[in-house]
Design a protein around this ligand. Sequence first.
Ligand SMILES: [Zn+2]
Length: 174
Amino acid sequence: MIANEPINEEKVKRASAILLELQKELMAHVEKGSGPFLAAIYDDKGNLIAKEANSVVNEQCSNNHAEMNTIRAAEKALGTFDLAPRNLSLYSTAEPCIMCVGSIMWSGIREVYYGVSSERVEAITGFDEGFKHNWLEEFKKRGITVYGEVESAAGEKVLQEYVDAGKKVYKPSR
Ligand SMILES: [Zn+2]
């Protein structure tokens, strides 16, 4: 596990429970055509604000990563482009890609917890997660907490299942 602040056991415990639940739900979304990524946003009282899977293929939109869909749904539900005053945390089954890191930064999300690292996602699936320079430090500068590789073994197992099932690794042609 990695983090950009001293490890807080309470946060790790909560993140483990939520991420294991998301990993468990993920294959049901995949069966309906979603990509193998699921994200959720919770407030600081533990209320679920939004939860969305990757819908790039289902909706034919390259922007529709799980984190993007979840942030969009949360902002719509709360009626604001600035989530910061709501003290929200985003949980994602995998490390946010280059696009989602940007999206999280501009959303006002205060805490990010993810499962599988981009390096492992790329090794297992062949998806391209992009290039991210020092994003944990950059987030820290902006007051955004990040805990990564939480329950990553469970996450890797689901990604392997996705590949073994012969599901699509969609990407632009080059
Ligand atoms: Zn992404």
